[in-house]
Design a protein around this ligand. Sequence first.
Ligand SMILES: [Zn+2]
Length: 350
Amino acid sequence: MANDVQDQAIAGLAEQRLVSDPATIREAGWLFDAWGRLDQMIEGGRLPHGLLLHGRLGAPMTALLETLARRLICHAPEQGWPCGHCPACRQAEQGSFPDIQRLADDPEHRDIPVDAIRGLIEGAFLTRYGRMRLVLVERIERLNRASGNALLKLLEEPPESMQFLCTVEQVDRLLPTIRSRLQRLRLREPRPEEQARWWRQTTGCSPEQAELLAFIDDPTLVDGHEPTFDWQAVTEAWVTLAEGRGSPLAPLAPWLATPRPVLARWLLRLWPAVARHQAGLSAEGLPAGLEPSVKRLAAAHGTEQWLAVQTRLIRFAREAGHPLHPELSVEQLALDLVDPRLPRRLDSAV
Ligand SMILES: [Zn+2]
């Protein structure tokens, strides 16, 4: 595995966040379907002033959001796509277009803090540069009561020509007052091979890496109001296992309480953070509270052993949807991670 590709994708997604190459939308079926409907709305002057894109979140959805924003500010769209070379497109590309305000997804904050909305409101009433001011809110279900109420005021009485573009995955978590102010466009669920193709085209990685990137690109794992699983207990269990404290089967309780695909994604997201630490780099893209666990995992393994851990995690991820042996496969994972260089008991069974 080329760990740098994986690191780049998981740790920051910073560059990926700004991807808005129309080619990546055209080639990704589930994004292209949504694009067609958005284009019809724009052409017919029916784009709602509060748009909610509802679907699987991650780098592809961010690419759709950014491309849509550029389509709206572009001086001369070409057949419905942002031209990519007018002053507005170029400034947006550099992240410096003054009429776009973003509340990007941020793993450091489980909620959108009310201060972020206050900043947004201050900016909203400044003089416009172009014909429209855009407010982009990613994973809007992260609003808490205070920030939700603050945003609601702006949604109810927006300045002239303000356009809201928001994304959501867990729409039932969104405050009803906010939800009722937004018009929802539902994206269909992407097929795994469509996601993998998207990753291959945007990063140039191998088919195997693309499959992995599609699998672990899931920002909802560290979630807003309540965690969807006990990631602290899951992580702590791994540290306990790695440090050789207690029985090798000690992690089974929190791990078995977590759906296997979620467990696999979470452990695979921790992996590059530990690898970065071993390489003397800072851990990026994970909640700050995880740093002590990342350090202990790094200290408990040699680099060679850590590489073997990744192979075992990928194997577990591939088996995560397998209907057979759920307990056995988690048990095997625990044994694998104690010494990833030993042969696997389950290899003949799966
Ligand atoms: Zn343009």
